[in-house]
Design a protein around this ligand. Structure first.
Ligand SMILES: *[C@@H]1O[C@H](CO)[C@@H](O)[C@H](O)[C@H]1NC(C)=O
Ligand SMILES: *[C@@H]1O[C@H](CO)[C@@H](O)[C@H](O)[C@H]1NC(C)=O
Length: 351
């Protein structure tokens, strides 16, 4: 096998398995001129053997239509100055499966932008300037499983973006300006396995929001403004293995919060405002990894009410990340002391 992309003017290999439809597409594009076989857009690299085109870090200001091979399945336009992309431009590559648009200047998408690419399974829009999206924008993308909207300017996420029963398994909305998330949106995503909502401004996750996510394995809520959580929020998400609640403003957790999370391996609770954990909270977390639970950087109150956590740490020292650095913030005489170092009498447990 020759090295992919070594020769940019390589003609794509025609194999016997090539679908008739693809041949038709190629024939048409040959007849129509631009996009002819063997061509490659200016400033881009084409890898005909794997039907991939990459335009990265080049001074493009418009979608590179001219010369784009019609059989392209993977298209990367990264760190350029393109600010728009249209249905017409995309429909010139009807076999597209992966579209990576990382770090461009996209400000909006049209509702039909994906209509001409029915096989698209991965769409990465990280690091653009999208402030909102139109209703129905992912309604044409029936094969879409991975959607990354990380680091944009989204202030709201709308249920109307998605079709009912979407096939998405991976949704990344991190690094936006979301203050809430409609429960109806997540109800449309029953196949979701990974949901990243970190680095937003979420103050609340509505009760029952997650109830449809029975396949969810990873949930990242890190760096939001959550003050409290609904007691039954995770009661239907029994498949979660990784749950990150790090760097929020949680002051207390409901006692039955983690009930049923028997597969949970990693739980991040560090950098919150927790003074106690309610008795029983961690009892059902039988699958925690070694050092899987992070409780550091919380203002633990080392009085009688901290007894549950104190006893749990003694029994499960290996499960807590840096267990010796889980420290008291109060009362004053104990401030800074590792919780694990305290005696029963210091905690006033002998009565
Ligand atoms: C994008 O445009 C800016 C000016 O608007 C320019 O400084 C920069 O070099 C351009 N980047 C590319 C990749 O063309
Ligand atoms: C939960 O995860 C296991 C292991 O990955 C998988 O076999 C099972 O189908 C999942 N359950 C649901 C409801 O998806």
């Amino acid at each position: 096998m020759g090295t992919d992309g070594a020769d940019m003017t390589d003609v794509p290999l025609f194999s016997e398995t090539m679908a008739p439809r693809l041949l038709l597409v190629l024939l048409c594009s040959t007849l129509l001129g631009p996009g002819a076989t063997g061509a490659c857009p200016a400033l881009c690299r084409c890898y005909p053997r794997r039907a991939e085109v990459v335009c990265a870090g080049v001074p493009l200001t418009e979608f590179p239509s001219a010369g784009l091979p019609a059989d392209t399945t993977m298209l990367t336009i990264q760190h350029t100055n393109i600010s728009a992309i249209s249905e017409l431009q995309l429909s010139a590559t009807p076999l597209l499966e992966g579209l990576h648009l990382y770090g461009n200047h996209l400000r909006s998408l049209s509702p039909d932008v994906l209509r001409g690419v029915p096989r698209l399974h991965t769409l990465d829009l990280t690091g653009n300037r999208l402030a909102d999206l139109p209703a129905g924008v992912f309604g044409h993308a029936h094969a879409l499983t991975t959607l990354v909207l990380k680091n944009n300017l989204l202030e709201a996420a709308e249920a109307e973006w998605f079709p009912d029963h979407s096939s998405l398994t991976w949704l990344d909305l991190s690094g936006n300006r979301l203050t809430g998330l409609p429960a109806a949106l997540l109800h449309k995503l029953p196949h979701l396995e990974s949901l990243d909502l970190s680095h937003n401004r979420l103050e609340k996750i509505q009760a029952k929001s997650l109830d449809a996510l029975v396949k969810l394995e990873r949930l990242n809520l890190q760096r939001n403004k959550l003050v409290r959580l609904e007691p039954a929020l995770f009661h239907h998400t029994a498949n979660i293995t990784n749950l990150y609640l790090t760097s929020n403003r949680l002051e207390a957790l409901p006692p039955s919060m983690f009930r049923g999370l028997g597969r949970l391996r990693v739980l991040g609770l560090e950098e919150n405002q927790l003074g106690y954990l309610p008795p029983g909270l961690l009892d059902q977390l039988s699958s925690l990894d070694e050092e899987g639970l992070d409780l550091t950087a919380n203002p633990w109150s080392c009085d009688q009410k901290v007894e549950y956590l104190w006893r749990w740490l003694q029994k499960n020292k290996g499960k807590a990340f840096l267990a010796d650095t889980v420290r008291c913030a109060a009362p004053l005489p104990l401030a800074g002391r590792p919780l694990l170092s305290l005696t029963e009498s210091e905690l006033n447990l002998e009565s």
